[in-house]
Design a protein. Structure first.
Lengths: 86, 300
């Protein structure tokens, strides 16, 4: 399976500062997911990406989630829950 | 990939996946689902009906109604499968007769919030008479009409809401019938509350559904959805995500529509989203109970 872990920061370049504002945690329930890609195509900060070997998405950039709740309100199979972090 | 396929091919089950019982506890919306049903749902991958189901659960939650005080009535079709998955009182009826059964239920139990869930063909073709007469009587029912422009479950025949010149399996050279404007029909028939939104605007849909449920008289919400499996395939409109993006681009809010010039309004081909009617008229079951009181020798 190809590596789809978060991109490592390049040497010599400081990691981007942590942005202010709400943060969220995306949980995907793969057993209910039918792989329609709606969450992947609409996620504004591109937190989600399709798993290359499977037919459901994975969280690839968890630190970028702003808890906008687009994916969990638009998931037709109710297979995503977004929890707002403190 | 489902577990049984995985096991049949000798692949190990993905670790970190919860059993379904734990997933139902994850959010308030998921707790309103019926646990003894088979999930995932029967709808095609990416179908907008699931979005309307989520919006309906959030709307009922927002109003703080108990599960026993809500009754969902559905007919036949893709959208009519929705109440099966939800943990309220439910009634699965014959094709087009959701509003007829809902009328009987409302008269027997006027205290109950009765919600009829119908597709476009179910509400306007097979059950067209029930739709206009429920609106005329101002029965205290909330009708949710999920408009996907086609008969999806039976294989893509054209329905009363298929747009002019678009294709269907029974109209391979283009549909020559103009579509029904559902909201205009409900307004003309006398509904107390009429609103329209799309599945892309899911939070707006929540708001309209919760306003419709709290309305005393006949309320109708048109949820514009899509059918990428039959309508989208025949008309070459792409995947579910493409059709959802098209709903964003081809709809216009009522405020933006009001700012257009008269020429632009007549040439408008976009879907207008908004609340078109919100009036108070005598509700049928109230008039009926006061009639009973009067005939039985009461003062009124």
């Amino acid at each position: 399976m190809p590596d789809i872990s978060p991109r490592p920061s390049l040497p010599g370049i400081a990691p981007a500062p942590v942005k202010k504002g709400p943060r969220g945690e995306v949980i995907i329930y793969a057993r209910w997911c039918k792989g329609c890609r709606i969450c992947v195509e609409f996620c504004p900060p591109k937190v989600l990406a399709m798993d290359p070997g499977e037919d459901y998405p994975r969280v690839v950039l968890p630190e970028k989630c702003t808890a906008c709740h687009f994916c969990d309100t638009h998931c037709p199979d109710l297979a995503i829950v977004v929890r707002k972090l403190d | 990939m489902n577990d049984h396929i995985r096991e049949a091919h000798g692949l190990e089950v993905d670790e970190g996946q919860l059993p379904a019982e734990d997933w139902f506890e994850r959010s308030e919306t998921l707790q309103k689902l019926r646990r003894n049903k088979k999930f995932p749902t029967i709808w095609c991958s990416g179908c907008g009906i699931g979005v309307v189901m989520g919006a309906l659960i959030r709307a009922i939650d927002h109003l703080g109604l108990k599960n026993d005080d809500v009754a969902l009535v559905a007919g036949i079709g893709c959208s009519a499968r929705m109440p099966i998955y939800m943990d309220y009182n439910t009634l699965h009826t014959t094709h087009g007769r959701a509003l007829a059964f809902a009328t009987g239920l409302k008269i027997a139990r006027p205290d109950m919030k009765v919600i009829a869930i119908m597709g476009d063909g179910d509400a306007l073709a097979i059950g067209g008479n029930h739709f206009i007469h429920a609106a005329r009587r101002n029965m205290g029912i909330t009708a949710i009409v999920i408009n996907n422009s086609i008969y999806g479950m039976t294989g893509g025949q054209y329905s009363p809401t298929t747009p002019l010149n678009s294709r269907a399996t029974t109209a391979p050279y283009g549909n020559i019938e103009p579509p029904f404007p559902i909201c205009d029909l409900a307004v003309a028939a006398g509904a107390s509350y009429v609103a329209r939104s799309t599945v892309y605007h899911a939070l707006e849909l929540d708001k309209f559904i919760s306003e419709a449920i709290s309305k005393d008289g006949f309320s109708m919400v048109e949820a514009v959805s899509y059918c990428h499996t039959t309508y989208g395939r025949i008309n070459k409109l792409g995947t579910a995500a493409d059709m959802m993006r098209a709903l964003k681009d081809t709809s216009i809010s009522q405020t933006a529509y009001g700012n257009l010039s008269p020429e632009e309004k007549t040439n408008n081909t976009k879907i207008v989203r908004g609340n078109f009617v919100n009036i108070d008229r005598p509700q049928y079951t109230n008039s009926y109970s006061s009639l009973i009181t009067r005939i039985q020798g009461g003062e009124q």
